[in-house]
Write a protein that binds this ligand. Structure first.
Ligand code: SAM
Ligand code: DTB
Ligand code: SF4
Length: 323
């Protein structure tokens, strides 16, 4: 929709961000940026509630893709024990436990370029089984065709996670086995099938502020903002090309959350991978900046997550309750 001032808005939500304007947000004095982000956050959300998802790797390791950050890529010797596709009952059991632990959404990830053959039928049965427990369902299975997106929707899938990972200009430094356009096409297929979109990226891939601004601009200028925007902090994994990459400045990470919140005011912004190594104060700053979703549970897909005990204690101290 085009507003009277010529900008593309939908009920106050913009889809016409210019990269320079976004870089200006990143360049604001830290306190001004946080104040603005928190104000936007309060206008759209109860700042004391967070959405909690639980992850499970349904198929681990031996992935044909060469994403330079990933412990599961077959291109790098990360020492990860690869596993066959789990059985439907194992996944449904894990989902029931996640529900008992307070998760509202169960996200199944697979180390695939995209789903294929019989494995896809099994994955569809997993979605059906998890949905039947009354949980929201999410899948992260890689590239999807239009038909696959529709089949997932029909099986009861609510959300599909597929990240842009970084800005288009930096992308070629990180992945060579699939293009940026492949990712955008998958997101279009997901959106067109009526699934909720979960898409974000990683901070710490050697990108600069311009690359971060470019990624957020691409996300916010989509026909509809992703419902969920995961911002991952790189978990450096020995054996991957990014194992020794320099950790980003923590305040730059918080800035990325804040800018995402301002640009996509109605989306859930997820403080995603990397919480395990973050202080409580750093996490609190991220929540203040507008993050209102996390993954809980001992593990993410293969990496350790913040422990459930430390999460319980942190959420209590901050007065944060699950949605
Ligand atoms: N194979 C599917 C794909 O790539 O779409 C789904 C699983 S993949 C592990 C999902 C996302 O996890 C990636 O897009 C990336 O953003 C994130 N991720 C993977 N390894 C990571 C790491 N070491 N640190 C932070 N995020 C990571
Ligand atoms: C997302 O953005 N982060 C999650 C989920 N989507 C699938 C995955 C994080 C993976 C971290 C590394 C690992 O556990 O292997
Ligand atoms: Fe495979 Fe996904 Fe890891 Fe890339 S991020 S190597 S596609 S599991």
């Amino acid at each position: 929709m085009t507003a009277a001032d010529g900008t593309a808005r939908d009920g106050g939500v913009r889809h016409d961000w210019a990269a320079e304007e976004v870089e200006e947000l990143f360049a604001l004095p830290f306190m001004d940026l946080l104040f603005q982000a928190h104000t936007v956050h309060r206008a759209h959300f109860d700042p004391s509630r967070i959405q909690i998802s639980r992850l499970l790797s349904i198929k681990t390791g031996a992935c044909p893709e060469d994403c330079k950050y990933c412990p599961q890529s077959a291109h790098y010797a990360t020492g990860l024990e690869k596993e066959k596709l789990l059985q439907v009952e194992q996944v449904v059991q894990a989902a029931a436990q996640a529900k008992a632990d307070g998760a509202s959404r169960f996200c199944m990830g697979a180390a695939w370029r995209g789903p294929k053959g019989e494995d896809f039928d099994v994955a569809l049965a997993m979605v059906e089984g998890v949905k039947a427990l009354g949980l929201e369902t999410c899948a992260s299975f890689g590239l999807l065709s239009k038909e696959q997106a529709h089949r997932l929707k029909d099986a009861g899938l609510d959300y599909y996670n597929h990240n842009l990972d970084t800005g288009a200009g930096h992308y070629g430094e990180i992945i060579s086995t699939r293009t940026y356009q492949d990712r955008l096409d998958t997101l279009e297929n997901v959106r067109d099938a009526g699934l909720h979109v979960c898409s974000g990226g990683i901070v710490g891939l050697g990108e600069d502020t311009g690359d971060r601004a470019e990624m957020l601009t691409t996300l916010a200028n989509m026909p509809k903002h992703p419902d969920s925007v995961p911002i991952n902090l790189l978990i450096p994994t020995p054996g991957t090309p990014l194992a020794d990459s320099e950790a980003p400045d923590p305040f730059d990470f918080v800035r990325t959350i804040a800018v995402a919140r301002i640009m996509m005011p109605r989306s859930f912004v997820r403080l995603s991978a990397g919480r395990e190594g973050m202080s409580e104060e750093m996490q609190a700053l991220c929540f203040f900046a507008g993050a209102n979703s996390v993954f809980c549970g001992e593990r993410l897909l293969t990496a350790r997550n913040a422990s459930p005990t430390s999460d319980r204690s942190l959420f209590e101290k901050l007065g944060l309750a699950p949605l």
